[in-house]
Design a binder for this molecule. Structure first.
Ligand code: PMP
Length: 303
């Protein structure tokens, strides 16, 4: 069971988490007409009266963009302020995860986005490491990623997660830890809640944003950090067979951070992962506000 933070933001106010409940007739629950975000925060290891939020602005911007697909204007600045207030009210003392969600909150029947109320809520939970950092096994999912012509993949839309859920359960029930989804062009796309990278001959390769991937904020961070470390980065279509013979493969996302892959289907990958380790060490230092070069990626809230 998760340890939820005590205060939630719900229907324009801060209230106890247990009291933030919705009706069974809520429109968004029936049609998946919702979009969410997910961001991590930690108590500042150097100063107990500060909490550090990683890339707050980017997370709020992505949620604001997702809300547009729901026919809902939710400015990124407004989300930012609510999240800062949310952190001040909760005063978290361990590492945590913030889950903001926008949804069609009216009680109407029939899928639509016009003439239906929307709402925005935020809650949080304590979150340590999510998946094993020694490496996980992946299968190639029998479920394919949606394509942008039938689904707004530039948003983090709740309805899309049926595919992630099917793929994850299929992977776990067949003895793997995680699934890798293929896109409609038959190329590697991403995992169920993480983007994917591989390393070949010292170069860092990831599917481009035209490959139906989510515009992951950790993905963007990894590409940026790699460039600052002098590692060549390439965004291009990736074949499944390239993963099987890659020098390194890893997944990345807010909740999981950077997770190495040790096996894909029957192919075992090397346990030496020099590039992933460099990237992971730098990313961790940045999130703890120990890297001067990236100070502007960390928002410090005084609690
Ligand atoms: N892909 C999917 C499908 C996801 O749900 C996530 C998690 N938000 C990611 C990739 C990684 O995105 P981020 O680094 O922004 O958490």
């Amino acid at each position: 069971m998760h340890q939820f933070l005590p205060i939630a933001y719900f229907q324009n106010q801060f209230i106890p988490f247990e009291n933030a409940n919705i009706s069974i007739a809520t429109h968004g629950l029936h049609y998946g007409t919702a979009a969410f975000g997910g961001m991590r925060g930690i108590p500042d290891p150097e100063n107990s009266s500060q909490v550090l939020l990683f890339r707050l602005d980017r997370h709020c911007q992505r949620l604001s963009q997702s809300a547009k697909f729901l026919n809902y204007e939710l400015p990124a600045r407004k989300i930012e302020q609510i999240i800062i207030d949310f952190v001040r009210k909760n005063k978290p003392s361990t590492s945590f995860y913030i889950r903001p969600l926008v949804y069609t909150s009216g009680l109407g029947i029939a899928p639509r986005l016009h003439k239906i109320e929307k709402d925005f809520f935020v809650y949080g939970l304590e979150m340590g490491d999510y998946l094993s950092s020694d490496g996980i096994s992946c299968r190639i999912s029998s479920w394919y990623r949606q394509e942008d012509r039938s689904f707004p993949l530039r948003g983090k839309i709740s309805a899309a997660y049926i595919t992630s859920a099917l793929a994850k359960t299929e992977a776990v029930e067949s003895g793997f830890d995680e699934a890798i989804l293929i896109n409609s062009q038959g190329k590697v796309c991403e995992a169920t809640g993480m983007n994917i990278f591989c390393v070949r001959n010292g170069k860092l390769i990831t599917p481009g944003l035209d490959q139906d991937v989510l515009e992951g904020i950790t993905r963007d961070s990894v590409l940026n950090i790699a460039e600052s470390l002098g590692i060549e980065t390439i965004e291009r279509p990736v074949d499944k067979s390239e993963l099987f013979i890659a020098d390194e493969v890893f997944l990345c996302g807010t909740a999981a951070k950077i997770i190495p892959v040790k096996q894909i289907e029957t192919f075992k990958l090397s346990e030496e992962r020099p590039i992933m380790e460099k990237l992971r060490n730098k990313l961790f230092a940045i999130t703890e506000n120990k890297d001067l070069e990236y100070k502007d990626w960390v928002y410090s809230v005084t609690i």
